[in-house]
Design a binder for this molecule. Structure first.
Ligand code: SAH
Ligand code: SF4
Length: 343
């Protein structure tokens, strides 16, 4: 017996090939694509304009992947966190962030766990179990749209995992999000966040998509960054920033730098000045994130004055900077808190 074919994650071309295999006309692929990614049905039986025998045939060989919803938590700020179980039993988290300005963002995962071992991140503590497939990446959007009955307008690849360590499946998922016959979420409304895998940043630049690239920077010196983020030993700051410049050159897009402020570690005036001089001359934007509490990690947020004065040092040097508003911390849904455990 052959394995059941997963329909979610298939491209238009792959569906056309499936139709050839099933001896069906190729226009059926368009209809199926529309049912999956535009109508977002959860059952093959709901694909009403397909002939009955094709629906039957599909039900025999294929399935629309459904995750099991193990938990759905609501924050007082309207953020919601979903704990999904995948068909092999692995678990991931997805965070829904409705905004006052009408945007409805979804923070999605790209891997089960993460191998990068950043010393401030809950996902990093658990190590990597496996990559997600493109279908599992996109299905987070389909599932949340069905569960909330809202349309997702923006996607951030900032959930569990390092997206550029799962390059091919992530790119396939982005192309599926972009498709105007399906989810129709343009690249400008998608943000990809990376700890700084230099070869993949360059590869992504060459795709010439209009994605927003966010770099998890967190420290302006190699010594400190290597302590916090092991990846810096492989790709130090000079190489990372050169790759960011290349991204801007290829795409015309401004790069966003994430800087999680940790009291007594990376929040001094001296480091703010170092950060400013590192980014001067780049088309850059800095997002300051007061570090979120993670069990087993003894980091704490700086006081408000320290956050403001760090911000001021950057503004003095004309660096565009914002402080990220904390969302969903009461349900452990804030940046770096995802660990896909039911407790
Ligand atoms: N692996 C990718 C994307 C997932 S992490 C990356 O590292 O960029 C999403 C964001 O949360 C990153 O900017 C990451 O550095 C940040 N983050 C991780 N742990 C955090 C914590 N405890 N507090 C605040 N931000 C954190
Ligand atoms: Fe992985 Fe990103 Fe967490 Fe680092 S911050 S461990 S790269 S998920």
């Amino acid at each position: 017996m052959t394995d059941t074919i997963a329909l979610v994650g298939k491209t238009m071309e792959e569906l056309e090939e499936l139709m050839v295999d099933l001896k069906q006309p190729s226009f059926r692929a368009k209809q199926i694509f529309n049912w999956i990614y535009n109508q977002k049905v959860s059952k093959i039986a709901e694909m009403k304009n397909l002939p009955k025998d094709l629906r039957k045939q599909l039900q025999q060989v294929a399935e629309l992947e459904e995750f099991t919803v193990l938990n759905r938590q609501h924050s007082k700020d309207k953020t919601e966190k979903f704990l999904f179980q995948l068909t092999d039993g692995e678990k991931i988290e997805t965070v829904y962030l409705p905004n006052q300005d009408g945007r409805r963002s979804l923070c999605i995962s790209s891997q089960v766990g993460c191998a990068m071992g950043c010393n401030f991140c809950a996902t990093g503590l658990q190590g990597l179990s496996r990559n997600l497939t493109a279908g599992e990446i996109v299905n987070q959007i389909l599932m949340v749209e069905r569960l909330t009955k809202e349309r997702i307008s923006n996607v951030v690849l900032m959930g569990m995992g390092e997206p550029l360590a799962n390059y091919d499946q992530v790119l396939k998922a982005i192309n599926l999000m972009n498709h105007d016959a399906g989810l129709n979420i343009g690249s400008r409304r998608i943000t990809l966040s990376t700890c700084g895998l230099v070869p993949e940043i360059k590869q992504l630049a060459d795709e010439k998509l209009q994605l927003t690239l966010a770099i998890s920077l967190h420290a302006p010196t190699d010594q400190l960054r290597s302590q916090m983020m092991p990846i810096n030993q492989r790709y130090p700051l000079d190489d990372l920033l050169a790759a960011c410049d290349y991204y801007t050159k290829q795409t015309g897009r401004r790069v966003s730098f994430e800087y999680a402020l940790v009291r007594g570690v990376n929040d001094s005036k001296d480091l703010a000045q170092k950060l400013a001089s590192l980014l001067t001359g780049m088309l850059a934007h800095v997002n300051l994130i007061p570090i979120n509490q993670v069990e087993q990690i003894g980091y704490s947020k700086p006081r408000q004055e320290a956050i403001s004065s760090f911000k001021m040092e950057l503004e003095k040097e004309n660096i565009a900077v914002t402080v990220r508003r904390e969302r969903g911390a009461d349900i452990d849904a804030a940046c770096g808190q995802l660990k896909a455990k039911e407790d």
